[in-house]
Design a protein around this ligand. Structure first.
Ligand SMILES: Nc1ncnc2c1ncn2[C@@H]1O[C@H](COP(=O)(O)OP(=O)(O)OP(=O)(O)O)[C@@H](O)[C@H]1O
Length: 259
């Protein structure tokens, strides 16, 4: 295996919603061009954690973060960080497709327009690049001006991925991207995750352990302690976490005895 390069280094990260602590002392790396799955029982802070990786968590209101998150060596919590730029470089796809009530084409160009004006020909190129990257080009190329909301749930989710890809992120965060999809649409997204890994780095929250085992290279198991505060229990290669976990809590969870 070639040397692993951390795209993100999380150090001793704690997170509070108001005065309520949701995460305690998380330290782990997210490796470049690898898929990292975040698994664990409901309420252990998986979504909170990945939302900390591009500071989307701050949109939740009065929150507080301790510790640091380095993105290629730069602490994203430094006051000098440009949040728009950060969120372009670290894109996100949510549980439910969140498209705008606009055409397929306009949904894709929305993000690139915010980043600056581009000539129409260049926009067309980016739209095709993004839709091909999200493996949906063939299905929509003849109806780019039709409403995005007329697509199936699985197509809408791939369009959300295309919209994220249009601004050429280095990292894609995915928060349970398949939880609203049927098995066939889920399989397509999983194939897409597999192929996207060549171009970018992915961190995915999933409730589905088979999915984590199928799509990821590394897995982090999160749980809560007796005071219900989320923590990272174990991080390792997906093979090790599912086949030879060191912590009994990880073994109990991955074998279905808990959670
Ligand atoms: N906006 C919020 N305000 C206050 N508390 C929140 C907020 N969002 C999440 N929490 C709390 O933070 C803790 C972690 O929630 P989070 O959604 O990150 O967990 P999760 O592991 O992703 O859960 P699930 O698997 O059910 O989606 C929970 O106790 C939750 O109630």
């Amino acid at each position: 295996m070639s040397k692993l390069n951390p795209a993100i280094k999380v150090k001793n990260l704690s997170f509070y919603y108001g005065t309520s602590k949701a995460l305690e002392g998380v330290t782990m790396d997210v490796y470049e061009n690898q898929v990292t799955a975040i698994i664990g029982p409901s309420g252990c802070g998986k979504s909170t954690f990945i939302k900390c990786l591009n500071r989307i968590s701050e949109l939740e209101g009065a929150v507080k973060v301790d510790g640091s998150v380095e993105f290629y060596g730069q602490n994203i919590y430094s006051s000098r960080v440009n949040l728009n730029r950060l969120r372009r470089q670290i894109g996100m796809v949510f549980q439910k497709p969140n498209l705008f009530p606009m055409s397929i084409y306009d949904n894709i160009v929305y993000g690139i327009k915010i980043a600056g004006w581009r000539p129409r020909a260049e926009q067309d190129e980016i739209v095709e690049y993004a839709l091909r990257g999200a493996a949906i080009w063939n299905e929509v190329k003849d109806k780019l001006q039709k409403s995005a909301l007329g697509l199936s749930g699985g197509q809408q989710q791939r369009l959300c991925i295309a919209r994220a890809l249009a601004v050429k992120p280095k990292i894609l965060l995915m928060d349970e991207p398949c939880s609203a999809l049927d098995p066939i649409a889920t399989m397509k997204i999983e194939e897409l995750i597999h192929s996207l890994r060549n171009e970018l780095t992915i961190a995915i929250v999933t409730h589905n352990m088979q999915q984590a085992a199928r799509v990821s290279d590394f897995t982090a198991f999160f749980s809560t302690d007796e005071s219900r505060i989320g923590q990272m229990v174990e991080f390792g290669s997906t093979n090790q976490i599912f086949g030879n976990a060191l912590d009994s809590r990880t073994r109990d969870y991955t074998s279905g005895r808990f959670g």
